[in-house]
Design a protein around this ligand. Structure first.
Ligand code: SF4
Length: 221
């Protein structure tokens, strides 16, 4: 498959993590990082909007990179980036639109105005640090309105194994999480999440799950 060239300014870097749920159990696949980029990408029409019509460079798209690429380039909000990528094969399993990046380059910084956090927009930590920190559920609306540029925010594709005796029966959805300080004043948990199991049973993920996952951290950590 021929790849698509892209170029633009990074407006967000977040961990790229997939969750697998099976009733009350969950596990994570640490895939790398998601770059949200404002710029141009070959052969893909800009999404329709008045703004985009006036300036095609306004297209916003997401690209997945690996852990080693982020270690090397240390991408953060405001960096100029270019490379080549391919559309993802299965959109249910990826938080990004494009991946398999090659010829990745960091050209420099633009003059993005830095502001005091939250949201946190500096270079992301290692994926091991995210795993050690643990996450809390984050309301999807809060994520969309306040957290898309925060390095502690994460929109995970979730694969649900509904019936372990019939592993082909799976469901897919997206869930948003926060790995950030427990004291963040933008945080809102949103409704408790429910997971479908076999024979119509439903698991409700209560608040104690988040407390257990993040309770080892101080409030501002
Ligand atoms: S709620 Fe979490 S993801 Fe959102 S700004 Fe605060 S620390 Fe970042």
């Amino acid at each position: 498959m021929s790849k698509l060239a892209f170029k633009g300014i990074i407006i967000s870097v977040q961990p790229r993590i997939r969750m697998i749920r099976s009733f009350d159990e969950r596990s994570h696949n640490y895939l790398g990082y998601s770059l949200l980029i404002k710029g141009v990408i070959d052969n893909v029409e800009p999404e329709f909007s008045e703004e985009a019509e006036q300036d095609p460079s306004n297209r916003i798209f997401s690209v997945g990179i690996g852990k080693a690429a982020q270690q090397k380039h240390q991408f953060c909000v405001g960096n100029e980036v270019s490379g080549e990528c391919a559309p993802v094969a299965d959109e249910r399993l990826e938080p990004v639109e494009f991946y398999k990046v090659s010829k990745l380059k960091k050209a420099g910084n633009n003059t993005t105005h830095r502001h005091a956090p939250p949201p946190w927009e500096e270079v992301t930590p290692e994926l091991e640090e995210y795993r050690e920190r643990g996450h809390r559920r984050l309301a999807a609306r809060t994520y969309d309105s306040k957290c898309t540029t925060c390095l502690w925010g994460c929109r995970m594709p979730v694969e649900i194994i509904v019936d372990n005796w019939n592993p082909r029966k799976r469901k897919y959805r997206f869930e948003t999480f926060c790995y950030g300080p427990l004291s963040c004043n933008l945080y809102k948990a949103g409704p408790i999440r429910k997971v479908e199991g076999r024979n119509g049973m439903v698991y409700e993920e209560e608040d104690w799950v988040d407390e257990e996952s993040t309770g080892h951290r101080e409030l501002d950590e």
